[in-house]
Write a protein that binds this ligand. Structure first.
Ligand SMILES: Nc1ncnc2c1ncn2[C@@H]1O[C@H](COP(=O)(O)OP(=O)(O)O)[C@@H](O)[C@H]1O
Ligand SMILES: [Mg+2]
Length: 238
């Protein structure tokens, strides 16, 4: 595969159930995402956005097809490793609509949890976590509990946590859904900056069309296929 791709899927198929209960969700997706790209994933509710992200994130089993993450083929009609959890931990940062911070840990312990699980020494993990928190302008809350932070602050911590293991790929499922417009713009701008600065490939499910001009490209799910669209020049000027 070409070296610059962070994600590539070929003929990816996903259905749930069988016979009477068969639900076909994705019927042969082919696309790739380059390093440094921020891609919006747009489709109506129930179209399979979360399912697609979870397959790329090695959480949901595809029905068939091929998935490459960077230079590693991770799935070809079956997972090519028993250690999908390790791939997730090492390569992928997840951001969800709800922040899912651990309530009984303070901010910095939430951010350092995965790197420490990956064997990064505590000091190193903490110093990188502080860098991230500073980058997101939330370092003064490092020793607060998540419950003491606002929604926007918690979402910034959740993005810092997703970056703490230096992922090659960020999968963000409606990361701005719980935020007001101003905070949504700032979250998307941060994801854009991270994509550029750190060469991270990001797929972000988003409903608000106003955010599209900040993205490099749009993926849509139409008739169970994934199609790629450029962001129009008009939209970019908004
Ligand atoms: N575990 C499951 N079992 C059966 N059907 C599922 C399951 N998960 C999702 N689906 C179905 O797959 C389709 C896509 O769901 P989803 O990926 O959550 O859509 P979206 O994120 O675009 O709203 C829906 O029809 C949903 O009902
Ligand atoms: Mg969803």
């Amino acid at each position: 595969m070409e070296k610059n791709y962070a994600i590539k899927v070929e003929n990816l198929v996903k259905h749930f159930g069988k016979d009477d209960t068969l639900v076909e969700v994705i019927d042969g997706a082919d696309f790739s995402i380059e390093k440094g790209e921020l891609v919006a994933l747009v489709a109506p509710s129930g179209a399979g956005k979360t399912t697609l992200l979870m397959m790329i994130g090695c959480v949901e089993d595809p029905s068939s097809g091929t998935i490459w993450l960077g230079n590693e083929k991770v799935y070809e009609n079956k997972w090519l490793t028993k250690e999908t959890r390790k791939i997730r931990r090492e390569k992928i940062g997840f951001i969800f609509q709800a922040h899912y911070l651990i309530p009984f840990l303070n901010v910095i312990d939430n951010v350092t949890l995965v790197p420490q699980t990956n064997g990064v020494p505590q000091k190193e993990a903490e110093s990188f976590a502080m860098e991230l928190l500073e980058y997101f302008d939330i370092a003064d809350k490092a020793h607060n509990m998540s419950s003491e932070l606002s929604g926007g602050q918690n979402q910034r911590v959740a993005i810092a946590r997703a970056l703490a293991n230096k992922p090659e790929i960020i999968l963000a499922d409606e990361p701005t859904a719980a935020l007001d417009n101003k905070r949504s713009v700032s979250v998307v701008q941060m994801l854009k900056k991270i994509a550029l600065d750190q060469n991270v490939a990001t797929i972000m499910v988003i409903h608000d069309e106003a955010m599209l001009p900040l993205c490099d490209r749009i993926l849509k799910i139409e008739d169970k296929k994934v199609v790629s669209e450029v962001v129009s020049e008009n939209a970019r000027m908004i």
